[in-house]
Design a protein around this ligand. Structure first.
Ligand SMILES: Nc1ncnc2c1ncn2[C@@H]1O[C@H](COP(=O)(O)OP(=O)(O)O)[C@@H](O)[C@H]1O
Ligand SMILES: [Mg+2]
Length: 420
């Protein structure tokens, strides 16, 4: 029996802990710091790496890391140096996500399909370049910026404003000192996630996120407002192309460059004219995507995690998936992704609905009551024989959960229904 420490406090970590906890091979699942819905919470922050290592040592845990910040800070390097078992990429390998400049250059030198781009550290030169190109641009800050470092521009004027905004932005420290100007690709976006031991990569189920705050993909970007799996946007043929030309190429090149990538690797993909382009890599699971993927996963996750840590993934069969569809509807606090109220009491969590589960995110438990504590509060996740049925089950459950400033999109999954 293995005890597990899940690092993180979102719905992604709740879903990972829930899935791991169902394994007959897993004992106790601890969450650091966890949330109002997770059991066995340990009051240690995701950036308190030494304290986390001390806990994992004392409890003899295998550690699974959810979010990017501790990965970029080197949690895997530190745990490994202490002889602890931990699942995720090293700090060096996590550069695939933590530096967009590094990542774009990596893709370029290894022939991984991505949008044309240039890197600047001088805003006047960036503006001159923006004036000189004849196509619409996306302006991206280099470093981790919690989803706020990318501005998709409609015209030259917008690009100039975006360059100033990112280079002036003090909110993300040095993240904006270098910027990328990248060609805007107008296609269909989807998520392709795989699990790797540094040599071999097995696909997770396909999924599609809904990144904007408002229905119809309007309004600002968020950490994700809902997702569903599988997505028809990635056909079987397209999945094979992405697996080969993006995932396997990346895993192979990372190894050649001396930084084996172990963990979940997430490619944000834009599909245009039947060709995939990598918008970015994440060195971890997507938060909304993780939930429908976990509820559809039939294989035992701990087997795959253990094999990745030990470098024996190729000895396992491919992961098996339920034929059902799954949908996650994010319930947020109105005002997210800007400012929003907190400490509102949530009701209706005990009203059941078939085939559904509620993963907690920004919640805390006080005297048996659940209070809101973050922008994204729950991921209501449901399955169904069809995507439509999964959507209906998820919204039926979501409706019963109430608090004063509750907000959710009403069209999660519709992109999958309308896609032909
Ligand atoms: N080259 C591009 N063309 C069109 N849209 C883009 C492009 N790059 C990014 N985007 C849009 O911006 C969003 C955020 O960009 P991304 O690179 O994923 O940054 P992050 O997730 O770190 O904020 C993407 O999900 C996509 O919708
Ligand atoms: Mg992204």
């Amino acid at each position: 029996m293995t005890d597990i420490l899940v690092v993180g406090s979102g719905a992604r970590e709740h879903a990972l802990g829930w899935k791991l906890g169902m394994s007959p091979k897993v004992g106790k699942v601890f969450h650091a710091p966890g949330n109002g819905g997770t059991a066995n919470n340990v009051n240690i922050g995701v950036d308190e790496i030494e304290k986390l290592a001390k806990f994992a040592t004392e409890q003899k845990c295998l550690t699974v890391v959810g979010p990017e910040v501790p990965l970029a800070a080197g949690i895997v390097n530190f745990f490994t140096s202490k002889g602890l078992e931990i699942f995720g990429p090293t700090k060096e390998a996590a550069q695939l996500e933590s530096s967009k400049v590094w990542s774009k250059n990596f893709m370029k030198r290894n022939g991984i399909p991505t949008a044309r781009f240039e890197v600047f550290d001088d805003r006047e030169e960036a503006k001159k370049y923006a004036e000189s190109v004849g196509y619409p641009l996306v302006v991206k800050a280099d470093g981790l910026a919690a989803g706020k470092g990318v501005i998709v521009c409609d015209d030259l004027e917008g690009a100039v404003v975006a360059i100033d905004k990112i280079m002036n932005e003090k909110n993300f420290g040095n993240a904006g000192s270098k910027i990328i100007l990248e060609e805007r690709i107008d296609g269909i976006e989807a998520s392709y996630i795989a699990i790797s031991d540094g040599e071999t990569a097995y696909p997770m189920a396909t999924s599609q996120d809904h990144k904007r705050i408002l229905d119809g993909d309007k309004g600002p970007n968020t950490g994700g407002m809902g997702a569903y799996s599988p997505t028809p946007v990635i056909s079987n043929e397209m999945a094979e192309v992405i697996q080969k030309n993006v995932i396997e190429k990346t895993i192979g090149a990372m190894k050649r460059e001396g930084m084996q990538f172990k963990g979940f690797i997430y490619a944000g993909i834009m599909i245009k004219n039947d060709r995939p382009y990598v918008l970015e890599f994440n060195a971890r699971m997507g938060d909304p995507e993780c939930q429908p993927i976990m509820v559809r996963m039939e294989s035992d996750l701990i087997d795959y995690i253990t094999a990745c840590i030990r470098g024996t993934l190729s000895s396992l069969p491919k992961i098996s998936w339920s034929a059902k569809s799954a949908v996650c509807v994010v319930l947020a606090a109105k005002g997210y992704p800007e400012s929003f109220p907190k400490d509102e009491e949530v009701l209706g969590l005990d009203v059941m609905q078939k085939e559904s589960i509620v993963f907690h995110a920004g919640t805390r438990k006080v005297d048996g009551r659940i209070l809101t504590s973050g922008g994204r509060v729950f991921g209501v996740t449901a399955t169904g024989r069809t995507l439509q049925e999964a959507i209906s089950n998820a919204y039926a459950r979501a409706e019963k959960i109430t608090w004063p400033s509750k907000y959710c999109r009403s069209d999660i999954g519709q992109k999958g229904l309308s896609y032909t």
